[in-house]
Write a protein that binds this ligand. Structure first.
Ligand SMILES: N=CN[C@@H](CCC(=O)O)C(=O)O
Ligand SMILES: [Zn+2]
Length: 405
């Protein structure tokens, strides 16, 4: 009897959501090493093919591994007190103006050692993995000194080495104005451009550079300087933009070829047109919208009409979105923003990967990386319909199933 190669695995009779749409027929999926080798409709599948594979089971729904393209998973402390203050009517912006909000997490993150940040972030990332994430972006932005931003990015890299998940890192030095620069935002931007970005680039710690373009953060002109510095160091850019007001940060980001503009509740048609021309991804973050009890909806219908790809992410962070469950975002994207379940799922697979510049990831196609989830459900829409942990039967990262058969 011939020995089945252990690196060739077969899932049969699965309903496949390929990252953009659900395939019409039940499929056989063969993974060889780290890649998807064959996708065959069951009607065309033959026994000899099955005999050459390890049987990984049949039935269920297969999706690409979930891609959470916007998180702030590494942070010190917590902000439950602000949650309570907001329930009593104090706004997110008011808390920020009083020196709380992001800056209260900055204080706790600066005080924390690299080791304690790592230990605190580990269970957050484990929770995301247990919910189907195979790629997670992690931003800095709570350090706001060169040393503390690099410390956060090092923790993010370490998390990716410690757990079976692809971690993509983003330098978000221009997240908030630290207290020591309170009266001189431009001087802080000098630090970001002249020291932080070069240091992160030199150490290979950042895969992209992000900014927060908002009245309570940085102006369009300041963000532009950050983008120019990022470009000079060969790093792609993205932006938190149009979250609380319409400053034009998205159009600026698009002019700089941004991978994505994120939040975008206040985005206007000019911004949408700029994104379409630049090929930027619109990252919608229903967790922050929900937590901050916002009322301004992102322009989903206009983005759809313009053909701008929409990604969906958790924005997991201690303030505006203390929600560490990617599948919950599928539900919220539908209930709050009226995405279809298929759009929401594409937003956390193919389009989430595009928002990170990872072409080919987040798809189930012959030749793409084998990052997969098999769910105990009957149709992909059920993932967005019910918020129900425990449905992930199998998670495959780089061809290796979490519970190898
Ligand atoms: N909008 C700016 N930054 C984060 C919030 C971080 C925080 O409140 O700590 C966000 O994406 O929502
Ligand atoms: Zn964010």
């Amino acid at each position: 009897m011939t020995q089945t190669p252990p690196n060739r695995r077969l899932w049969s009779d699965v309903t496949v959501f390929d990252g953009l749409a659900t395939l019409p027929d039940p499929m056989a999926v063969i993974v060889e090493d780290e890649r998807i080798a064959r996708l065959i409709p069951m009607a065309e599948f033959s026994d000899p093919l099955a005999d050459a594979c390890r049987d990984m089971g049949s039935g269920g729904v297969m999706t690409p591994g979930l891609v959470d393209c916007h998180t702030h998973l590494v942070f010190g402390g917590g902000r439950a007190d602000e949650f309570e203050a907001r329930l009593e009517g104090v706004s997110y912006e008011e808390i920020a103006r009083r020196g709380g909000g992001i800056l209260s997490t900055v204080k706790a993150t600066r005080e924390a050692s690299e080791e304690s940040l790592f230990r605190a972030a580990l269970p957050r990332l484990e929770a995301m993995i247990a919910d189907g994430a195979t790629t997670v972006e992690i931003k800095s932005g709570y350090g706001l000194t060169v040393a503390d931003e690099l410390k956060m990015l090092r923790v993010a890299r370490r998390l990716g080495e410690a757990l079976p998940v692809r971690v993509v890192t983003t330098l978000l030095g221009a997240h908030a104005l630290p207290p020591e620069y309170r009266d001189d935002g431009d001087a802080y931007i000098d630090l970001v451009c002249e020291e932080m970005i070069p240091a992160a680039a030199a150490e290979g710690l950042a895969d992209a550079v992000d900014v927060f373009c908002e009245k309570i953060a940085f102006s369009v002109a300041q963000c532009e300087r950050v983008f120019q510095a990022a470009k000079a160091h060969g790093l792609p850019v993205k932006a938190h933009a149009e979250q609380l007001s319409n400053l034009g940060g998205t159009a600026l980001a698009a002019r700089h070829g941004a991978l994505s503009a994120d939040h975008i509740e206040y985005l206007d048609q000019a911004g949408i047109d700029a994104m379409r021309e630049a090929g930027s991804v619109a990252v919608i973050l229903p967790g922050a919208f929900h937590t901050l009890r916002e009322t301004q909806q992102p322009p989903v219908a206009a983005l759809r009409q313009a053909g701008v790809p929409m990604a969906v992410a958790t924005d997991a962070n201690p303030g505006s979105s203390p929600l560490f469950m990617p599948t919950l975002m599928l539900n919220l994207a539908c209930t709050l923003f009226r995405l279809t379940p298929s759009e929401a799922l594409a937003g956390m697979t193919a389009h989430g990967a595009a928002a990170l510049g990872l072409t080919g990831l987040g798809r189930i196609q012959e030749g793409t990386p084998a990052d997969l989830c098999v769910w105990d459900i009957d149709s992909p829409a059920e993932l967005a319909y019910a918020v129900q942990p425990g449905r992930l039967r199998q998670r495959v990262f780089q061809g290796v199933p979490s519970h190898d058969a």
